[in-house]
Design a binder for this molecule. Structure first.
Ligand SMILES: Nc1ncnc2c1ncn2[C@@H]1O[C@H](COP(=O)(O)OP(=O)(O)OP(=O)(O)O)[C@@H](O)[C@H]1O
Ligand SMILES: [Mg+2]
Length: 261
């Protein structure tokens, strides 16, 4: 059975006029169904505004869903009480586009990672330093920087911290929403490779979101193409990339520089 099962999910936002009176709605996610198997990377690709973030926030239960079903490991998440959700949340974590905005600037890396490592079970004082050092090394950071603050790191290093924080509670499923879009082109592949290595090593399933088909093709086992709130093409990554069926996928492919195809 699939680890994540999304069925006919809708996320609609009300549009209000200047007086706050509702005037229709934006159908950001308009009936999406998809599945992610254990240990599989599903790539979600589509242009800006097609609803990728709305869908990922709905899956993470950070965003109310208008209708539909989201099952994680056979358990329905929609309508779950906050207390049960908090327990379940350790199993699914998220990496955001902007690592600076997603890290608390007033917390040292040490505090951020101790908090993340304690989410499943309390971490005894005497083990904290070693556990943080081990985690930092796992994501390619030197443990000697553990008492530094987010602003003292480069963008790529900050995204490594954000990845460390996401994997700390040993989740089973990761949502990465445009994790390299805000980074320098020169370090994007390092961060992508790190994510790939970790998902393999930890047997993690991942929903990887990008507007760039060549990036998604590089990391995903299967690809879902999203246009205006709907999935228009869904299949094996190689098939979708080499033989796109839908005209919108063909359009996305034309936007990929020739040398990357
Ligand atoms: N909180 C909100 N309230 C109202 N409309 C919203 C809200 N969030 C997103 N939208 C609208 O929903 C649609 C989908 O937005 P979303 O951010 O999910 O797209 P996206 O695919 O992630 O885009 P991007 O690639 O730019 O990140 C857009 O039309 C957006 O303007
Ligand atoms: Mg987005």
């Amino acid at each position: 059975m699939a680890y994540l099962r999304v069925r006919d999910v809708h996320v609609h936002y009300p549009i209000r006029n200047a007086w706050g009176i509702p005037q229709g709605e934006v159908r950001a996610v308009d009936g999406v169904s998809l599945e992610v198997e254990r240990g599989e990377v599903l790539g979600l690709v589509g242009e800006s505004g097609c609803g990728k973030t709305s869908l990922s926030r709905a899956i993470m239960q950070l965003q109310p869903v208008t209708s539909g079903s989201i099952e994680l490991d056979g358990e329905e998440l929609i309508g779950k009480k906050e207390r049960e959700l908090r327990r379940k949340r350790t199993d699914f974590q998220m990496v955001f586009q902007d690592p600076y905005a997603s890290l608390n600037p007033r917390f040292s890396i040490y505090s951020t990672l101790v908090e993340a490592l304690s989410r499943r079970a309390p971490l005894p004082w005497r083990r904290r330093r070693d556990a943080v050092a081990q985690l930092m090394e796992k994501v390619g950071l030197s443990a000697e920087h553990m008492y530094k603050y987010p602003h003292e790191f480069s963008g790529g290093q900050r995204q490594r911290v954000a990845i460390a924080r996401a994997i700390a509670p040993e989740p089973k499923f990761l949502v990465a929403d445009e994790p390299v879009s805000a980074l320098d082109v020169s370090i994007r592949s390092q961060i992508l490779n790190l994510l790939m290595d970790l998902t393999h090593e930890m047997g993690l399933a991942m929903l990887f979101i990008s507007h760039d088909l060549s990036v998604v093709h590089h990391v995903a086992d299967r690809i879902a193409v999203m246009q205006r709130g709907r999935i228009v093409e869904y299949g094996e990554a190689r098939e979708v990339f080499n033989h796109p069926q839908h005209s919108y996928t063909q359009q996305l492919l034309r936007a990929v520089p020739k040398m990357l195809q």
